[in-house]
Ligand binder design. Sequence first.
Ligand code: SAM
Length: 243
Amino acid sequence: MSQTHFGFEQVDENQKARKVRQVFDSVASRYDLMNDLLSGGLHRVWKAYAVALADVREGQQVLDIAGGTGDLAKAFAARAGAGGRVVLTDINEAMLRQGRDRLLDAGQVLPVAVCDAEHLPFPDASFDLVSVAFGLRNMTHKDAALREMGRVLRPGGRLLVLEFSRPAEPLRKPYDWYSFKVMPFIGKLVAGDADSYRYLAESIRMHPDQATLKAMMKAAGFGHVDVHNLSGGIVAVHLGIKC
Ligand SMILES: C[S@@+](CC[C@H](N)C(=O)[O-])C[C@H]1O[C@@H](n2cnc3c(N)ncnc32)[C@H](O)[C@@H]1O
């Protein structure tokens, strides 16, 4: 059995999805609160930037992968309008349930599906935009997931990846201190779970940096990829065009 990483731990490939599921089962009910606390609200700015960049138009077909509690799907649905369609998907039912309930509370009814990004249950060339925010780093076979995202996009369609990335040099030490000391501490205090937030910090360190992800997207069939660094590279948006 091939090995892969789960944070800094080496695990059998077939164990990773189960371990990731345990993390998100554990954090689902506090996910939105913890996002605000840990990022000081910045995740809202990162997402707003990504949504503006995606430039979804009235009538477009959008697939949000690893959509969790639905922040991006909600924003895209307002832009795609009644003539468009935004599908919210995630591999984790607990996260998706939170997302569906939040959307219903906001008066939005969207199609929701539990599915693995590596095996999407949608036909070829059926979406104008595919988005994945803070989800790609949790996937076992990122290349396979990127290829699947390309498969369901129409030619000329766009893939938007919003993900933690590699910050600029002066930020690295304070960011490491914050990630490995403060995040698990707040996780323990507020969500009663330090381990999931330690995994968050470790999984970010194991994720490909800006240039590597860009190369992976090109290899997966995205002929043009733009990279936008946010907050000094703590987060990056990769926008790829399927050619
Ligand atoms: C950090 S949350 C991001 C949620 C949301 N996109 C956001 O930005 O707030 C990561 C999500 O990725 C999902 N995920 C992990 N592996 C996945 C996979 N193979 N396919 C689909 N979703 C996956 C998790 O269940 C979790 O809901």
